[in-house]
Design a protein around this ligand. Structure first.
Ligand code: DAH
Length: 337
């Protein structure tokens, strides 16, 4: 036996043992590469052999190559069968990973639905600054300098030099100054709502917060009446809360409306909790002094206005007993809406 024949037999023996012991598919591929590579290396010298040996060695090399290829294929089948038995790498019977879909804050939901309802009645949305001045927040709204709302106890004043015409700067205590800013900017007919944040000098507790939200409404045109006011307010609350909502107007006083009313609501939800009427908003016919402040001609227009607090409405509608929950960002609370 020639040297080369011995080497071919040795490669075959070594390769067959190694292939039989391959632990997994990557290891098997590696062995295949190694031994076929060695075989190829030996065969590169085939041309240098004496003529009579060439066919004998060539035939043997072919046999070894076929034997190795067959051994690798057999082992591959075996390893694949084993992998399948131990199950797929992914357990398709596990429940999928669940992603919670968020939603809007309950107060934002009330804002958006309110805007939606009033848009359908032809109202536009107006905005005003949160840092206001005394004139827009009080004087123009017919609220005299000695009115208790202007007191340092109720209003948060901003510690900057006052405006020479409009007086001290303050954090607006209500959204009503947006009425003034709108009327100064445009002529009737005016149909607007103004949702926004307001501020009062209150210590936080279950029912008080130094900042909360209101929605203001204003409608000014020729021949606007209390009937328009009542019809609009009633339609709005029925749409927002429940078609079975009842609305009651009670005489009241606000400096910027005459006559003025407080709006009481009765909904099936309140009635189920044993409460018949709950006071929710203020409203009235725009006081002539307010029209005068914005420079509208005497007796040409009439109008109505209303304003109410969003937190309070949400609290009575959903039975929430602590106003602080709205700003604590506890998902166990927020997730309920
Ligand atoms: N501004 C009042 C408040 O903050 C609410 C209000 C009452 C607004 C009567 C109005 C109104 O527009 O006409 O309590």
């Amino acid at each position: 036996m020639t040297d080369l024949e011995q080497q071919l037999h040795a490669i075959r023996a070594e390769a067959e043992t190694a292939i039989a012991g391959a632990a997994d598919l990557p290891a098997l591929e590696q062995l295949k590469g190694r031994y076929l590579g060695q075989l190829g290396g030996l065969m590169a010298n085939l041309g240098k052999l004496p003529k009579e040996q060439k066919p004998i060695i060539g035939k043997l090399a072919n046999e070894v190559k076929n034997a190795l290829t067959a051994a690798v294929a057999g082992k591959r089948d075996e390893l694949e069968a084993k992998a399948e038995q131990s199950g797929p790498a992914i357990d398709t019977t596990l429940p999928g990973r669940h992603h919670e879909i968020g939603h809007q804050h309950p107060l934002t939901q009330i804002f958006e639905r309110t805007v939606d309802i009033f848009r359908r009645m032809g109202f536009a949305v107006e905005d005003g600054p949160e840092i206001e001045d005394e004139w827009h927040c009080f004087d123009a709204l017919n609220t005299p300098a000695n009115h208790p709302a202007r007191d340092i106890q109720d209003t948060l004043y901003v510690d900057v030099p006052p405006h020479e015409k409009y007086g001290r700067y303050l954090l607006r205590t209500h959204t009503s100054p947006v009425q003034i800013r709108t009327m100064l900017r445009q002529k009737p007919p005016i149909r607007i709502i103004a949702p926004g944040r307001v501020f009062r000098r209150d210590n936080p507790d279950a029912t008080h917060s130094p900042t909360f939200h209101q929605i203001e409404g204003l409608y000014v045109d020729k021949n606007v009446t209390v009937a328009d006011l009542k019809g609009t307010v009633e339609f709005f609350f029925k749409q927002l809360l429940d078609p079975e909502t009842k609305v009651r107007f009670r005489p009241h006083f606000f400096p910027y409306t005459e006559p003025s009313f407080e709006i009481d609501l009765s909904t099936p939800t309140f009635r189920a909790r044993g409460k018949e009427w709950i006071e929710i908003a203020g409203c009235g016919m725009v006081d002539p002094n307010v029209f005068k402040a914005v420079g509208y001609p005497d007796d040409e227009y009439t109008g109505w206005a209303f304003g109410f607090g969003i937190e309070r409405l949400a609290m009575i509608q959903y039975g929430i007993t602590d106003i602080r929950l709205f700003t604590e960002n506890d998902v166990r609370f927020l997730g309920q809406f």
